[in-house]
Design a protein around this ligand. Sequence first.
Ligand code: SAM
Length: 490
Amino acid sequence: MEKNSLPAPFLSRIQQQLGAEAPLFLQSLALTSETSIRLNPFKGAEIAGEAVPWCAQGLYLPERPSFVADPLYHAGAYYVQEASSMMIGMTIDEQGDTNKEGRPLRILDLCAAPGGKSSLLAGAMPPGSLLISNEVIASRAAILAENMARWGHPGVIVTQNDPKDFAFLEGFFDLVVVDAPCSGEGMFRKDPAAIAEWSPDNVENCALRQQRILRDIAPVVRPGGMLVYSTCTFAPQEDEEMVSWLLSELGDDFELAPFALQEGWGWDSLRLAGVKDAAHRAWPHRVRGEGLFICRFRRKGEGNEEQGITPVPRGFEGNKDLRREERKKRKNKEQGIKKGKGGSEEWRELVAPFIADDPDLHQELADDRVFLYPKAVAEVMPLLTGRLRMLRKGVLAGKLHRKGLAPAHELALSSLLSETVPRCALEKEAALRYLQKEDLPAADFHLPATHLPTANWLLPTYQNIPLGWAKLVGPRLKNQLPVNWRIRRL
Ligand code: SAM
């Protein structure tokens, strides 16, 4: 990148921040970004790469492959994520220190699209935990929902809400992550559009918006719980000064919660308000990753870790449209059960062949659709339903028909699948044809020798990881991939 393609006020501020190191920083912006991925701990893909030191599942790849032409990418076996962002995992590990017994956590990822940090949090949280993965912008929330479906974790609810909408959940969350919308200086190398959008006014506007977001969301952290704040910018107004702002505005309730990193990782660990390791910054000339700033606060006071469901405040009206929708769903559910599915429990027998036997799994029939999520999440679902705009909850198992369950694509990608669902292994070329929504002739697959307990539903797999569903019709595999999930162009 040419130095003179960068805005002059940015250059002079970087000079102040880095002094003699500024030329090294500017040189690093001309280099190609590293390509890194994070493996899905529930899928067990084997991919060669160099370990990202601060993330057990993180890998640097020797070069950037065509992800669209890799069936493992479509199967959710990994998430393409730049390495600095993987630092978020350290904050939950540290949270784990105060939670040695592995108590399920309630986590809110407030600014979550496209889902890099949410997928990491979902993989790192103790069993039975709830992650609400939220994105306020509708188009981005849809992408988040798809990425979380691909990741396949049952403890995740995807919502599309404004930070203010969470006010009724005061003191509810053990961990709230605010990966704030920012001026994006740390993305200058990866995304030249970030340079075009940058201006001192934009930095100022971002800082004001970050203050609003933090002020709105701070009350939902429980006493003793954590608030993580991160940006992908180097601008002190959005980073160090946001820490000072939070301590001055909310300091009666929040204190810095430092965490130490290993020196060899190259991160710049900052002392702020007299606290060592209060925040950490990745500069791209020192760290193998893009720019990132991260810090953490603890809400003061003793947490009641066994607090159970937070009571709904008196007089809370909820959203009328959403309540109407819920009433409709409940009615449909009753009708669905009456409509010849035989009785309130028979539908469970139709679902059973598809899902792993797990006593901690809750099954919900809504209309003719079956949703699966941990029982611990089911306990808080009545509190959330009708008050948050949910795009996904747990894993959609599928739709019930008279003859059985038509399994949903996201069930195939989830960690809830029964081991006994018949699978058929595909080589790469056939897997890519499947992912382009072609039906496959017998020559492309070996039928499992076992009896097919799930009617004719089969799971085509690539390297033992399910890609979706197919139906065995005569000698062909009839492709059941949803149209919007297919590869349009290789
Ligand atoms: N955490 C994401 C990840 O790791 O994939 C990246 C999040 S990005 C840095 C910030 C997000 O905040 C964007 O998706 C943006 O749409 C969202 N956002 C924008 N304005 C917002 C607001 N006023 N309140 C909350 N989130 C907002």
